[in-house]
Design a protein. Structure first.
Length: 279
């Protein structure tokens, strides 16, 4: 029994570590398709591509999406509809507050590393309940505090910018999309390395629930600084294995106490010591 278990584990490890057979379309082309699809959606002239039964049968044998999207679980934000796409077009990760934690980042790594998507979109939306809860200091229980703690830095940044209270949540929602990108770059050496090689592009966006229009915000404003930091950190720590602690890659702890954002970054910075090339 143990032998068969080891065979299965070895097979799964090989599958997950295998290189994609082909890369997807260029990030610029993927972004163009999303923008055009959203424009059709807003103008109520959707084409509903790839939504036939024939398409369903075709993709049942394999998927080749052209983009990976991290979006909120909100029922009013269905990516396939607002981008006017169909079966097999989008590789979507949905979670409340579009936060990027272990499970979400691992799934995005699969999207870029094995499905070959060259574009990652972190998609927030107006009137986001998760961001609003953090901004208002709402009392939440169960596993929710551990879920929304990733949003805290965005809210703090919005307040630090001196945004008026009436616009605080809207600004925090924008910054939270960038926070998702930042968490991906800091915690995923695989994606970070692909970004460094210009093989993957990450952009932030916000969907307006009232108009249906997506606001495109581009790359993280501090992306170059983040990449340079890890490149510099690698050069300082190379050959000093063990001097920096590795980040905890396990599941979130079941706790009602919110983690300190600085503690998350401090632990995640240890990734740099394990890099073999580039940031």
């Amino acid at each position: 029994m143990r032998f068969f278990f080891l065979v299965i584990v070895a097979g799964l490890s090989y599958f997950l570590s295998a290189e994609p057979t082909e890369r997807g379309i260029l990030a610029s082309e993927a972004l163009k398709k999303l923008k055009e699809g959203n424009q059709r959606f807003v103008e109520e002239r959707v084409m509903r591509p790839n939504q036939t039964f024939d398409r369903l049968m075709k993709v049942s044998t394999g998927q080749h999406p052209f983009v990976s999207i991290l979006s909120c679980s909100d029922s009013r934000v269905p990516p396939e509809m607002l981008f006017d796409q169909g079966f097999g077009d989008l590789f979507v990760v949905r979670v409340a507050g579009n936060v990027a934690d272990t499970d979400e980042i691992g799934t995005l790594e699969y999207g870029v590393g094995h499905l070959g998507t060259e574009l990652i979109v972190v998609l927030g939306h107006t009137k986001c309940g998760a961001v609003s809860a953090v901004a208002k200091g709402a009392s939440v229980g169960g596993h929710i505090p551990a879920l929304v703690d990733n949003i805290i830095p965005a809210v703090k940044k919005a307040k630090g910018e001196g945004v008026k209270e009436s616009g605080l949540i809207d600004r925090a929602i924008e910054l939270n999309a960038f926070q998702g990108i930042e968490d991906i770059l800091i915690r995923s050496k695989e994606i970070r390395h692909l970004v460094y090689q210009h093989r993957v592009t990450l952009v932030g966006a916000v969907y307006d629930l009232s108009t249906g229009k997506v606001k495109w915000m581009g790359e993280h404003p501090d992306q170059e600084r983040i990449l340079k930091f890890f490149a510099s950190e690698k050069s300082h720590t190379e050959g000093a294995e063990g001097s920096i602690s590795k980040p905890d890659t396990g599941k979130k702890k079941e706790s009602s106490t919110l983690k300190s954002p600085s503690a998350v970054r401090s632990a995640s910075d240890g990734d740099a010591a394990a890099e073999s090339a580039g940031p």
